[in-house]
Ligand binder design. Structure first.
Ligand SMILES: C[S@@+](CC[C@H](N)C(=O)[O-])C[C@H]1O[C@@H](n2cnc3c(N)ncnc32)[C@H](O)[C@@H]1O
Length: 247
């Protein structure tokens, strides 16, 4: 476990991976310099800096006010908002829209208070991501295919497992395949009125975390702006259908 913690705290490895994401977007003829981008979970911007340097405008949301001076120093041209991003997005009625949306959420369950865990991964905000999209946007988020559970965090792990099961449905959420997850999120976005134009995944920390990249376009017909987990179609047929479609 110590080794994993050491590896995932390796700055260079992460920035290298985000550069791979940017390189992939270039192969899709995405002109990064024209994009208005946002990071929903700012932290100290370790991964975001490469993105911020490549795009037209960059906005950062982060809950921890103590990080603001660091962020201001690192991102002198960015708009920085100290807020609860999940809450903010659920209330969002702003006309500001973005072409590139980064969701670098905390791993596991987390909350606004010390020891609170009302949220989990990107599960509580992804249903509202459409509010940030005008006509189309690229959404980049972290997916934990194969979580590692620190022994010390038994209670937290239990809740994390439960939230994952509720979100992904009746499958083994400890070891999810990329084809399954690609189908799952394509379907999730489709239900939100967002068509997938292209998608890819790039490993951030093998075999656990991947960047999932979705280029999404808003449909004329909207199916409502919120999803409940029990609205989602059964995952098994979804998986086999997309496999047979050569997805
Ligand atoms: C994985 S880190 C972000 C890493 C960062 N994007 C980078 O490039 O280094 C997650 C961040 O989300 C912040 N966070 C946690 N809950 C939040 C919330 N409800 N709203 C906004 N930010 C939150 C944490 O304070 C933490 O800094």
């Amino acid at each position: 476990m110590k080794d994993i913690a050491k590896t995932i705290s390796n700055n260079n490895m992460f920035s290298l991976r985000i550069n791979q994401v940017l390189d992939f977007l270039k192969t899709k003829n995405v002109v990064l310099e024209k994009l208005n981008a946002i990071e929903i979970f700012g932290g100290v911007g370790q991964n975001d800096i490469a993105v911020a340097k490549s795009v037209k405008t960059f906005e950062i949301w982060e809950i921890d006010g103590k990080l603001k001076p660091k962020l201001e120093k690192k991102f002198p041209n960015a708009k920085i908002e100290i807020c609860n991003s999940i809450e903010r997005l659920s209330q969002y009625q702003n006309t500001s829209k973005f072409d590139l949306i980064m969701i670098d959420n905390p791993i596991s369950v987390f909350g606004t208070g010390k020891n609170s865990s009302e949220y989990c991964e990107h599960f509580d905000m992804i249903k509202n991501v459409g509010k940030l999209i005008g006509n189309e946007a690229i959404v980049i988020f972290l997916v934990n295919k194969k979580p590692f559970f620190f022994n010390k965090l038994k209670k937290k792990n239990e809740l994390w497992r439960k939230r994952r099961q509720e979100f992904y449905g009746n499958i083994n959420t400890n070891d999810m395949s990329i084809p399954f997850l690609t189908s799952f999120y394509t379907e999730l976005f489709r239900n939100m009125g967002l068509t997938t134009i292209f998608t890819n995944s790039i490993s951030r920390h093998d075999p656990h975390l991947d960047y999932f990249i979705f280029m999404l376009r808003k449909n004329d017909i909207q199916y409502g702006d919120s999803l409940k987990t029990f609205d989602w179609i059964s995952l098994d047929p979804l998986f086999s259908r997309n496999q047979s479609d050569n997805f």
